[in-house]
Design a protein around this ligand. Structure first.
Ligand code: PMP
Length: 457
């Protein structure tokens, strides 16, 4: 057991975990030996574990709890809907009010010309839906050879077979013979990790040009779409150099391929705009959504589709695709209420004008720390690169597991930061206050100090 456990109930739950639970993205054996931390309740931006520790949730759960914990309005919306109509499907030419009201509400906040949505249960299912839909679309247009989707190394698009294939995580591809055919990957715009001697601007252009090279290599007539996160989240909050998106837009304008923005993390205010595509001035043809759509209180995802694509699909008969929980009424009711609160409480405006600038300013103060090679961020997203040499960006040897050491200190000191290799990342609830941002940054500094000290041993 790693952490000290005083509450017998914690031991009881850890034994249940060992005996019965296989957790996501975990080394099952190691977790069984160590036992998970048990989170028992939450309020605002804080969590409590079964040992009574109060923890600032710097990751908004898994990037999703936009409104923070304990919003009674969301609870009310769910329970009211459960009483009225807990479930009905949207198959076989039926619908129900919450799904229709949500589809309309989304059309008011999504980019112009994107007025329809397919609902799913998760972001992964949204991307699976995308793969089938773009291929169907091109077939209807008389171009059935346009099947290949270009994605990026170290992108994350989910854990289903299509999602993990679209993603560019090597560790995921190694398990289960992925990617599936028809999905190819290009370099990511990760200057700090892969930019070498290039300036960020030159590297951004280089990485964007990889898209054009790939289109020419595969052949425009065979390419259905390009998918990318506006800012890569799970890959390590990778913010492309300023030159990247403008160059990608130029390239996309030259070729007849669809552009899919995976907005699962960036959507619903994370950058201070409704979507990351709005932040960068990109005009996607399709957008995958999930997470912040319901603030994570209930599962829901979807795929937002541009009008021109809908017009083609409308002439194509049945689209043979859908999930039992597509447009689940309870999830739709919660999403509607979530969007109402985001709008009425002007949360995006507060993020954009007050709290995100404050978070970004305070986070950057950590750049003076001897372990820190770069601090970057946009909106309510941030990354801290841990290095051995600040000038050359040289890392510590991977067996020192510096990121994991830092993450451990964070847990022990009441802060959740995630480690992606030696990149520490944050994505707090959008409602985090300036005072709570101070708490986050001060705790982060303490943990960086403890990590630096541990490296001397
Ligand atoms: N796309 C992105 C960008 C994501 O970050 C995630 C989840 N982290 C997904 C897709 C998959 O979503 P889900 O876990 O809801 O299937």
């Amino acid at each position: 057991m790693n952490m000290s456990v005083n509450n017998p109930q914690t031991q009881h739950w850890q034994a249940m975990s060992r005996d019965h639970h296989l957790a996501p993205f975990s080394d099952f054996k190691q977790l069984a030996e160590k036992g998970p931390r048990i989170i028992t309740r939450a309020d605002g931006v804080h969590l409590w574990d079964s040992e009574g520790h109060k923890i600032l949730d710097g990751m908004a759960g898994l990037w999703c709890v936009a409104l923070g914990y304990g919003r009674e309005e969301l609870v009310e919306a769910a329970s009211k809907q459960m009483r009225e109509l807990p479930f009905y499907n949207t198959f076989f030419q039926t619908a129900h009010p919450p799904v229709l009201e949500l589809a309309k509400a989304l059309s008011e906040i999504t980019p112009a010309g994107m007025n329809h949505v397919v609902f799913t249960g998760s972001g992964s299912e949204g991307n699976d839906t995308m793969l089938r839909m773009v291929r169907h679309y091109w077939a209807l247009k008389g171009k059935p050879a346009k099947k290949v989707v270009i994605a990026r190394e170290n992108g994350y698009h989910g854990s289903t077979v299509a999602g993990a294939s679209l993603g560019g995580m090597k560790g995921m591809h190694e398990q289960g013979d992925l990617p599936i055919p028809g999905i190819v990957h290009i370099a990511q715009p990760y200057w700090f990790g892969e930019g070498g001697d290039m300036t960020p601007e030159a590297f951004g252009i280089w990485a964007a040009d990889e898209l054009e090279k790939k289109i020419l290599e595969v052949g425009e007539d065979n390419v259905a779409a390009f998918i990318a996160e506006p800012i890569q989240g799970a890959g390590g909050v990778i913010i492309p150099p300023d030159s990247y998106w403008p160059r990608v837009r130029e390239i996309l304008a030259k070729y007849d391929i669809l552009f899919v923005a995976d907005e699962v993390i960036c959507g619903f205010g994370r950058t201070g705009e409704w979507f990351g595509s709005d932040y960068y001035g990109n005009t996607p043809d399709l957008m995958t959504i999930a997470k912040g759509l319901t603030s994570g209180y209930v599962p829901m995802g979807g795929l937002v589709v541009r009008d021109e694509i809908v017009a083609v699909l409308n002439e194509g008969g049945d689209f043979n695709h859908g999930f039992t929980y597509s447009g689940h009424p309870v999830a739709a009711a919660v999403a509607l209420e979530n969007i109402r609160i985001l709008r009425e409480e002007k949360i995006l405006e507060t993020v954009r004008e007050e709290t995100a600038p404050y978070l970004q300013k305070r986070l950057r103060e950590l750049a003076d720390h001897p372990l820190v090679g770069e601090v970057r961020g946009v909106g309510m997203l941030g990354a801290i690169e841990l290095v051995k040499d600040k000038q050359t960006r040289e890392r510590y040897p991977s067996d020192r597991a510096v990121g994991m050491v830092c993450r451990g200190h964070c847990f022990d000191n009441g802060l959740i930061m995630r480690a992606v290799g030696d990149t520490m990342i944050i994505s707090p609830p959008l409602v985090i206050s300036k005072h709570e941002i101070d708490e986050l940054v001060e705790k982060a500094r303490t943990c960086l100090d403890l990590t630096a000290r541990a490296l001397l041993v």
